[in-house]
Design a protein around this ligand. Sequence first.
Ligand code: ATR
Length: 281
Amino acid sequence: MDKITIDNAPYLAGVIGHPISHSKSPKLHNYWLTKYKINGFYVPFSVTTEKLKSSIEGLIDLGFKGVNVTIPHKTNVLTYADSVTDRASLIGAANTLYFSKSGKIHADNTDGYGFIQNIMDEIPDFDFYDKRAIIYGAGGSSRAIASALISNGIKEVGISNRTRSKAQIISENLGAKVSVVDWRNAPEMVGEVDIIINATSMGMVGQPDFSQPISRAKKTTLVVDIVYNPLVTDLLKEAKKLNLKTVGGIGMLINQAVPGFEHWFQKTPVIDDHIRKFIIE
Ligand code: ATR
């Protein structure tokens, strides 16, 4: 695709983090910018914690519409926001900032939205209402997913983490529907849930394999992996062998980017198979 000719007032957005080279967001947003021939740029910025506030102020002064936020700023950035959405507040972290014309900063977290939308894309008639889920992992992704599941009517969420205390904190923060499942008891608990979610980094290229057995899963259970590289993880392969429904992680990564792109560049991007493969090449 040819890059369009740029006029003097392009839409500007980007991503701030430290380090930033791992981020897939520039590739994703610039793919859509080119595809839709939008007069805009999406730029990665390496920003240290000391420079976080001044960098955001500088981007606002330069006319940026907003930015994505990644490690290590997702929590700190809430301090500088003029308004925070309920979901970002509940998760305690933001991944998307919108700058208003008057220079105000609005913080949102679209990770949970990306998780739910990915499942809806793959299994359009899936209903979370009255279901039970187990989430492996207790990092930021786990917290965003648990919170989104609750907003979508889930009955119970069990969180199982190698370091139990982190699961305990999420359970205390998110209320009665969220409980802790001991890491050793999880393989048994799997037989009682409707959704199994890997929100750890296990199974990612260069990381250890997902270590928890899922052989007790019910025939109707859905297995979701948030790991997107490889596209089909060993956990998903195992689930497919057991004839379970599966959803991979790449769609979550892509979907979490959609609200920002819509807002900054005034266009709703379509998610197709090409972008799914292109993004991890
Ligand atoms: P994110 O922000 O994507 O959620 P994170 O905060 O780094 O990422 O969380 C990674 C999760 O993967 C954690 O729950 C971590 O478990 P610990 O809290 O015990 O560290 C989990 N994890 C990573 N490697 C793991 C492994 N080899 N075995 C079990 N859990 C692992």
